[in-house]
Structure formats: structure tokens, C-alpha cells
Design a protein around this ligand. Structure first.
Ligand code: 5AD
Ligand code: SF4
Length: 472
């Protein structure tokens, strides 16, 4: 759907007035927040916004639950056991609340968009003060104000996504690499996936807001930006005028001081020739793509509503490899989707070998209430799913080790993300190559610098090397 006129909302005076009201209540008292984030990078970013708003309200961060005056669980519902994990964590908070009745406990995120789960939390955990969903994060200061002022429980989950809210204060962890969300929601309705139901339809951010945020990050020291969305390749198609994702990458590449651009996640059906050509020609755009395949069987892909066949996927991989030197591909795979036969599973193993992924995130299919796949016949028994997952993981682990051996003797450029002492007491600098290989260098190097590392050996699945100047 194309919006006639985009109407983004700015987090502004009204919201800051509420923030001031909370600040007055907090006063000079030392107040601390603890946020636990479950799930994907989108949730991590939402937590950065919660942290930003809390900082503006006068709260400091703590990593110690027992020390916190407000505890927030930012939940996810995409994969297995999410619910029991959150329920377990919540149960453990009761003694803290008994000890400190002023403690505020809030639960938010995707899982709260599932009405039945939010209701169960509300009734089962009566000590939870605030529940909200993914669509009204910006209202959090107001909910907190109501709780602090009136000692009431606040539940505010919106069914529908609203406008994009720009300018929410954000507290980022200082780093040479950062994430920028470029779009929210998903229109794809893969039959196993809950995301379109809990995150709503695709909404792209205005390109100027994205560029300004990226420029600000670069001014603060960021060298590498990963742009985020459930399906970044359809970025801009809902904007008026439309903008192509590849053009957004080109615009980002113009930012001086920004050295690398990554993006995640790409739906294979939407990877355009323009994107491939920008990846091939623009040196700042990294030679890595996360391209979830989910299954190697065309029959299963159809049941998953993925809208491509095994052959389509393999031909896309070939076109990309032909165009982009040293491209590394990573993926997501689900085993044990309803109706998956041994033959279908073998198709997945064969495809994995053929593509030669540099890593893969693998999952046992887990039914999500409300999705079509949860209602499908021929659900696969748990022991079969476990066995298939084990087989797939073994294949991938061996493949990665073999692939990594090919790097021995090569010199690669690494953006240093950090320095630490490893378990053998060695000082190692670590960071990634353009194609997203994590490299450990046995020397101290400046965080944020680009170094050339000659790969000398593989330990388990990790690549180790020396600064190339030091290698004789
Ligand atoms: N069961 C198992 N894995 C799932 N994923 C999403 N939904 C499910 C589910 N119901 C996996 C997909 C997706 C990744 C983020 O999580 O592989 O790409
Ligand atoms: Fe879920 Fe499919 Fe959308 Fe990814 S593309 S978020 S798997 S519905």
C-alpha cells in the first residue's frame, strides 16, 4: 500500500512534558532501571529507546536486578519456549517486589501483541504494573507516570500499528558499529511466522530521517552501520514517491566517515538486480548477505508461502556469486515443518552443501498460535525434528571448519570492534571482514581502526591471525 501522504509523528513537546513530570517525581533520588531484552535486533533497538526515555526521566542503568527501581522485560514470541522463558523470569521477580513494593515491573514487546498471553500475564502475575505492545513504545513515559502518581496498573496494547514515531530519545551502547531501523513490520505472511501479526504491515521510514540518524552516529564515532528491517529489500515501496532500497544504500554510502554498510534481512524473492549491482560496485556496501532459505524443498517452500522455488533460490545465489567477489552468504533454516518428509529434509541438506553458507541459524519448527502452519496436518514429532536439527547442525559445523581452512594464508581487512584477553591469557583484537567473517588477531589494535590480518590458523570455528606486518 502506498501512503498518499506520510504522516510521521515527532516525539516532541507533549512527550517531554510527561518526561519532566516523571523527573519531578524521581527528584534527586537515585533511581535505576534494568532492561532484559529477548529476541531479535529490532527488540534490542526498542530497548535502546526505552533506555533513552528512562535516562531522560532521570534513571540510571543497572545490571543488577536486585538494585533496580524499575524492571522491564522486552519480550519476543517468534520462536520456541519464548513464553515459558518469560513466565519463568517473571515468577522470579515476586520476592523482589515483596521486598520493595515501590519496584515498578513492566512487560512489553511482541509477545504482548498476542492478546491471550498479555491477559495471562495480567491475571497470573498481579505484581506486573505495566503492559504494553510494540506499537506504542513512545507512550511508555506516560504509563510510568500514571503508575508512579496513582499507583495503578496500566495495560495499553494497541491492535494496529500507528504512524512511525521519530525522535524518541535513544541510548546506544558506544560502539564502532551500530544499527539503524529503516522499516517496521512485514507483509509476507510466511505460514509459520507470527511477525506480521505482532509487528503489523510494512512501514518505511522517511529517507531523510534515516540519513540524518546515520550521519549523527558517524559523528559519534560509528564506522559501520547495519540497516535493519524484517524485509529490507521492500524498503521504500510504500513511500510516495517510491524509493528503491539500492538507492538508500547509495545515499548512505555518500556519508563521509562511514566505512561500511550492512543490511538485514533480505527475502530472496525481493533481491533486485539493482541491489546486486550496488553490492558489486559500491565498496562501502559489504560483501555479505543474510538470505534466509528456510527449506531446500520446493514443496515445503510452497507450504511455507515463501514465493520462490529451490531453483529460484539457487539461481539467485549464482547470480550474486558471479557478480560479487568473495561474497559470503548466511541463512536461516527451519527443520520439521508440517509435512516435511525425509526426502524434503535431504533436499535441504543438499542445498546447504551446494550454497556453502558461511553460517546458518537453524530452528526446529514450532507452531505459533494464529499462524496457518499451526493448523496444518502432518505435524512432525519432536524426536524427528531433533534428529534432523542435529544432522543439519553437524553438516553446517563441518562445512564452516572446511571453509575457514581456505582462509589460511590469506590477508583480510578487519574493522576492529574490540580488544579482550582470551581464555589462554592472550590479548586479542577482534572484528569482522567485509564478508562478515569474525577474525581474532593476536595483537592489540585500536578499536575502530581497519587492520590487515594474515590468517594463520582455525580454532574450532574461529579464524585467528596476526597483523600482516608482523607475519614474516
Ligand atoms: N518455528 C521455527 N522457526 C521460526 N522462525 C520464525 N518463525 C518460526 C517458527 N514458528 C525462524 C525463521 C526466521 C527466523 C528469524 O526465525 O527461520 O527466519
Ligand atoms: Fe516472518 Fe516471513 Fe516476514 Fe520474515 S518475511 S518476518 S519469516 S513473515
Amino acid at each position: 500500500m502506498i501512503h498518499e501522504k506520510r504522516s510521521d509523528i515527532l516525539f516532541s513537546e507533549n512527550e517531554y512534558r510527561v518526561i519532566d513530570d516523571v523527573r519531578k517525581i524521581v527528584g534527586n533520588k537515585e533511581q535505576r532501571y534494568y532492561i532484559e531484552t529477548f529476541g531479535c535486533q529490532m527488540n534490542v533497538h526498542d530497548s535502546e529507546k526505552l533506555a533513552g526515555m528512562l535516562t531522560a526521566m532521570g534513571y540510571d542503568n543497572t545490571d543488577d536486578l536486585a538494585n533496580a527501581d524499575i524492571i522491564i522485560f522486552n519480550t519476543c514470541c517468534v520462536r520456541e519456549h519464548a513464553e515459558s522463558k518469560v513466565f519463568g523470569h517473571l515468577g522470579a521477580l515476586l520476592p523482589l517486589k515483596n521486598k520493595n513494593p515501590d519496584l515498578v515491573i513492566a512487560v512489553c514487546g511482541c509477545m504482548m501483541q498476542q492478546k491471550d498471553v498479555a491477559l495471562r500475564i495480567k491475571t497470573r502475575f498481579r505484581f506486573v504494573d505495566i503492559i504494553f505492545g510494540t506499537h506504542n513504545l513512545q507512550d511508555f513515559p506516560n504509563m510510568l507516570l500514571q503508575t508512579l502518581q496513582n499507583r495503578v496498573r496500566v495495560f495499553d496494547v494497541h491492535d494496529q500499528e500507528g504512524s512511525i514515531v521519530e525522535g524518541i530519545p535513544t541510548k546506544r551502547t558506544e560502539s564502532v558499529q551500530d544499527f539503524v531501523t529503516i522499516m517496521y513490520g512485514c507483509n509476507n505472511f510466511c505460514s509459520y511466522c507470527i511477525v506480521p501479526y505482532v509487528r503489523g504491515r510494512e512501514r518505511s521510514r522517511d529517507i531523510n530521517n534515516i540519513i540524518n540518524e546515520a550521519k549523527q552516529l558517524v559523528l559519534n564515532g560509528t564506522k559501520e552501520i547495519t540497516v535493519l528491517g524484517q524485509n529490507v529489500n521492500s524498503y521504500g515501496l510504500d513511500l510516495n514517491p517510491q524509493i528503491m532500497f539500492a538507492d538508500l544504500l547509495n545515499k548512505l554510502a555518500e556519508i563521509e566517515g562511514l566505512e561500511r554498510i550492512r543490511f538485514m534481512t533480505s527475502h530472496p524473492k525481493d533481491v533486485s538486480d539493482r541491489l546486486i549491482s550496488v553490492m558489486a560496485s559500491c565498496s562501502k556496501v559489504c560483501n555479505h548477505i543474510h538470505l534466509p532459505v528456510q527449506s531446500g524443498s520446493t514443496k515445503v517452500l510452497k507450504a511455507m508461502n515463501r514465493k520462490y522455488t529451490r531453483e529460484d533460490y539457487l539461481s539467485l545465489v549464482k547470480r550474486m556469486r558471479d557478480a560479487i567477489p568473495n561474497l559470503e552468504i548466511t541463512t536461516d533454516i527451519i527443520v520439521g515443518f508440517p509435512g516435511e518428509t525425509e526426502g524434503d529434509f535431504k533436499d535441504t541438506l543438499e542445498l546447504v552443501k551446494e550454497v556453502g553458507y558461511s553460517t546458518a541459524y537453524t530452528f526446529k519448527y514450532s507452531p505459533r498460535t494464529g499462524t496457518p502452519a499451526a493448523e496444518m496436518d502432518d505435524q512432525i514429532p519432536l524426536d524427528v525434528k531433533k534428529r534432523r536439527l542435529g544432522e543439519l547442525n553437524d553438516l553446517i559445523a563441518n562445512m564452516i571448519i572446511d571453509q575457514n581452512r581456505n582462509y589460511i594464508g590469506k590477508t583480510v581487512e578487519v574493522l576492529v570492534e574490540g580488544v579482550r584477553t582470551n581464555k589462554d591469557g592472550e590479548i586479542v583484537s577482534y572484528g569482522r571482514t567485509t564478508n562478515s567473517k569474525m577474525i581474532y588477531c593476536l595483537r592489540k589494535a585500536k578499536v575502530g581502526s581497519m587492520i590487515d590480518v594474515k590468517i594463520t590458523h582455525v580454532r574450532d570455528v574461529s579464524l585467528y591471525g596476526q597483523l600482516s606486518d608482523y607475519v614474516k
